[in-house]
Design a binder for this molecule. Structure first.
Ligand SMILES: NC(=O)c1ccc[n+]([C@@H]2O[C@H](COP(=O)([O-])OP(=O)(O)OC[C@H]3O[C@@H](n4cnc5c(N)ncnc54)[C@H](OP(=O)(O)O)[C@@H]3O)[C@@H](O)[C@H]2O)c1
Length: 338
């Protein structure tokens, strides 16, 4: 597993991390035993970065990670959580007093004194330009409540605003083969500033695995059902904002490009280079990406994803096919949205 520096945290983390939204509740049911086995399988496969949030399962995801950390005190895992979305989404709520209360709850859930990295969880846009917010975060670093802070963003403009702030260690943004906008300005700016990029929704909520058809359905409690059109939160978080049927058609072409690569590399065993693996590897091979955080609902997915950290360079021909698929299916519909 390759290691990368996580931006201004200076920490070294695995290029494939783990997203743990699934260990909360917005994805249908994942049992506690399955959740723990996802964490254990990931750690055994060399994953050293877990991403969570106080709001995932209203603390369930953090608490399960807390149990894992207590059982594996020497795991060396960097845990990033997020805060802000348990309160009404108004800039006034992003105050030092609220940060303290939210972080105390997260520290308890995670069973740690100091949180490795806290990210503002897609706050209202003015928050990214607020001196008072950054002063409060700096204060919490100086007190040892958090070791570092970063932001999770919806748009490239929010990312660029945050990157310009000296205390921002990382930016988490949606980045995958169906979401190329961050390549234009965000990745170069982050690289220049030494800010880490955490690539989220790397499989476009599973689309890039190529396993869905246009008739696939999802559980009632799964956001891919109830937020399909942005009914509950930003539509960009579900299938990374692409129309499901269009996404399925594009995923077929992506899978075909991966099959051509397998043929070229003389790989007979499809499991060695699945579309999901290639989709993750493609992101890790972009300059400026620190870590990619696929979500996994079971240990098998977690293990397969971790193996993407050692896929060789996919090469210019494959990269050109990714661009071509994006240009034909998505550019006109989504490029200017986020
Ligand atoms: N606002 C924010 O800050 C924000 C928002 C969204 C996500 N995130 C973070 O980013 C992480 C990743 O995003 P995500 O989980 O939404 O989307 P994702 O990683 O793009 O997709 C996860 C889904 O992909 C499928 N999958 C995963 N591994 C697979 C494999 N090896 N083979 C086949 N299918 C596989 C699973 O679908 P099935 O369930 O159908 O099996 C899984 O639920 C989250 O867990 C969370 O930590 C942050």
């Amino acid at each position: 597993m390759q290691q990368r520096t996580l931006g201004r945290t200076g920490r070294s983390v695995s290029v494939i991390g783990l997203g743990t939204w699934q260990l909360g509740t917005d994805w249908g049911t994942v049992t506690e035993a399955d959740a723990l086995s996802v964490l254990e399988a990931s750690a055994e496969a060399g994953v050293t970065f877990f991403d969570t949030a106080d709001v995932y399962g209203d603390g369930r995801s953090e608490s399960i990670i807390g149990r894992f950390l207590a059982a594996h005190p020497d795991s060396g895992i960097t845990v990033a959580t997020k805060m802000g979305r348990r309160a009404e989404q108004v800039p006034e709520n992003y105050s030092l007093e609220n940060f303290r209360a939210w972080l105390d709850r997260s520290r308890q859930n995670l069973r740690v004194e100091t949180i490795d990295l806290v990210q503002l969880h897609c706050p209202p846009t003015p928050v990214y330009s607020s001196d008072a917010v950054y002063d409060a975060l700096d204060q919490l670093v100086s007190e040892g409540v958090i070791a570092n802070y970063g932001v999770s963003v919806e748009t490239v403009d929010e990312a660029l605003t945050a990157i310009a702030r000296p205390g921002v260690a990382t930016v988490q943004i949606i980045l995958n083969a169906f979401r190329l906008k961050p390549l234009d300005r965000v990745l170069p700016a982050a690289k220049e500033a030494g800010v880490g990029i955490i690539a989220r929704v790397p499989l476009a909520s599973g689309l890039l695995s190529g396993k869905y058809t246009k008739d696939t359905t999802f559980a009632e409690s799964d956001h891919r059902n109830y937020n399909r059109h942005g009914e509950a939160f930003d539509v960009g978080e579900t299938f990374s904002g692409v129309d499901f049927e269009t996404g399925v058609a594009a995923a077929e072409e992506f899978a075909q490009a991966v099959a051509e690569l397998r043929a070229e590399w003389k790989i007979d065993n499809e499991a060695l280079l699945t579309p999901a693996k290639a989709a993750l590897a493609w992101i890790t091979q972009l300059p400026a990406v620190s870590t990619v955080i696929p979500g996994a609902r079971n240990a098998d997915q977690a293990l397969a994803n971790a193996a993407a950290g050692s896929v060789p360079e996919l090469g210019p021909e494959f990269n050109a096919k990714v661009r071509d698929i994006y240009d034909r299916y998505f550019r006109a519909a989504i490029h200017d949205k986020w």
